[in-house]
Design a protein around this ligand. Structure first.
Ligand code: C2O
Ligand code: CU
Length: 475
């Protein structure tokens, strides 16, 4: 982003030196107040995902990078991004987790017209909350995200905690063939009706993970972002006391994750303080144990020989300053229910689809086999499932009547996760995506303070294809 903003500064100077310098010079004070504009160009690209002696992978990318460039902005400052669509199909950019005005949310046919091939759209908003966020398309997401369109968005604190390194790890998986190409089976019914489209190659920042080289007593802030279509990550930092300091961008009381495992479903983020307390020359594993029977080593933490960065370990993990969120009033909140039905091995009899009730065997023909409150979506421009009074507190009980886990994501707001499966959630973290267990239930609470029609959907993107999207209207 730095180079991009430098480039736009440069072109402005070139303009000033060229013809019409006088007219532009008089405009200059106004121009200089505008935030520099970043360009995200969505287009086909080629990336070496597999090791070097394997074929490269044709992908889709933002600005010729997989993942897309890490965008950085200071909290409260303005971000201007021009999306240029050089794909062969319409697209948009959604700013996942950011509480921004509806018109900037990137949902086709709801907040904007989809950007057609050859077209462009300028996103322009203030970043209200510091933290770790990401961006991705919201059109044909299963394919567009699955082919590589996604990137990190970091909103920097005014007083960031002192760390030796601040690392962004975009966690992903890809379904590749031996020739390096991405399998184009994005319509596969098995994925839509079961656990989603999981890949066979796991990557960190678009590469097969390489050892993390560290030095004794170093403090690292790891910003973990799960951009995968369906895979859940559960990272254990062997022999290390990793402390979670933010969830979905929002600060949380620093704590050791449950079961010593940082659990990240698609869409979710965690900021982790990794204090490197191992011995010089030692090596430790980062184990991905999200799926019980298939624990794998994501990568190793490798300590350099030689003296430590500092005499002793850095001490307790820092507490981040809270973001300006309004606390929901639980005693006076309105209560709502959202019930998830459908999928393979489910008990769903039928659902409303395109305005009329269809039995399950007819839904299956259109592969619309997931429903929220009895409706299987065919578009995002839909009648709201729930209406929330603006400025009021709301508690939603989300009930999963299916056997599959679903990371449910709400646009435009962050919510408190009050309970899961009947048990209170430690620290009642703020989040924008909550992972429902198979047949699980979660209670979330929020103040509906951002007006508009906001999507509430599963972040397993094949499930979205299968109808698992709905709208909550805040008015
Ligand atoms: Cu990250 Cu509606 O999405
Ligand atoms: Cu789902």
């Amino acid at each position: 982003m730095e180079t991009l903003s430098k480039a736009s500064a440069l072109s402005r100077r070139q303009l000033l030196l060229g013809g019409g310098a006088f007219a532009l010079a008089t405009l200059a004070p106004r121009l200089s107040r505008a935030a520099p504009q970043t360009i995200l160009r969505a287009a086909p690209h080629t990336t070496q995902i597999l090791p070097g002696d394997w074929p490269a992978t044709p992908t889709w990318a933002y600005s010729a990078q997989n993942p897309g460039p890490v965008l950085r902005v200071k909290q409260g400052e303005r971000l201007r991004v021009m999306l240029q669509n050089d794909l062969q199909q319409p697209t948009t950019v959604h700013w996942h987790g950011l509480r921004i005005p509806h018109a900037m949310d990137g949902v086709p046919d709801v907040t904007q017209a989809p950007v057609q091939p050859g077209g462009s759209f300028v996103y322009d908003f203030m970043a209200p909350d510091a933290g770790t966020y990401w961006y991705h398309p919201h059109v044909n997401s299963s394919e567009q995200v699955g082919r590589g369109l996604h990137g990190a968005l970091i909103v920097e604190e005014h007083n960031p905690p002192k760390v030796d390194r601040d690392l962004v790890w975009v966690l992903d998986d890809w379904r590749l063939d031996r020739d390096g190409s991405i399998r184009d089976d994005f319509q596969r019914g098995m994925d839509i009706s079961h656990g989603g489209r999981s890949g066979n190659v796991v990557t960190v920042n678009g590469r097969m993970p390489e050892p993390l080289q560290v030095r004794k007593n170093e403090r690292i802030r790891l910003r973990l972002i799960n951009v995968a279509n369906a895979r859940i990550f559960g990272l254990n930092f062997e022999n290390h006391d990793a402390q979670v300091i933010a969830i979905d961008g929002q600060p949380v009381t620093p704590h050791k994750p449950e079961f010593d495992m940082v659990l990240l479903a698609p869409g979710q983020r965690a900021d982790v303080i990794l204090d490197c307390t191992g011995e010089a020359g030692s090596s430790h594993r980062i184990i991905d144990a999200a799926y019980q029977d298939e624990a794998t080593v994501l990568q190793n933490i490798v300590y350099a020989e030689g003296p430590p960065v500092r005499e002793s370990a850095p001490g307790p993990a820092p507490t981040l300053a809270p973001n300006p969120l309004t606390e929901p009033d639980l005693n006076n909140a309105e209560h709502h229910d959202i019930t998830i039905t459908g999928g393979a091995m489910g008990a769903m009899q039928g659902a409303v689809y395109k305005g009329k009730y269809l039995p399950i065997d007819e839904l299956v023909q259109d592969m619309r086999i997931w429903a929220l409150n009895g409706v299987a979506a065919h578009t995002t421009a839909m009648t709201p499932m729930l209406n929330f009074a603006l400025g009021k507190s709301h508690i939603i009980t989300v009930k999963n009547e299916t056997v599959f886990p679903h990371p449910m994501h709400l646009h435009g707001h962050s919510f408190r996760v009050l309970s899961q499966d009947g048990a209170p959630v430690p620290h009642t973290p703020w989040a924008d995506t909550v992972l429902l267990n198979g047949r699980g239930v979660a209670q979330i609470a929020l103040v509906a303070d951002n007006p508009g029609d906001w999507l509430f959907h599963c972040h397993v993107l094949a499930h979205v294809q299968g109808g698992m999207t709905s709208v909550i209207r805040v008015a």
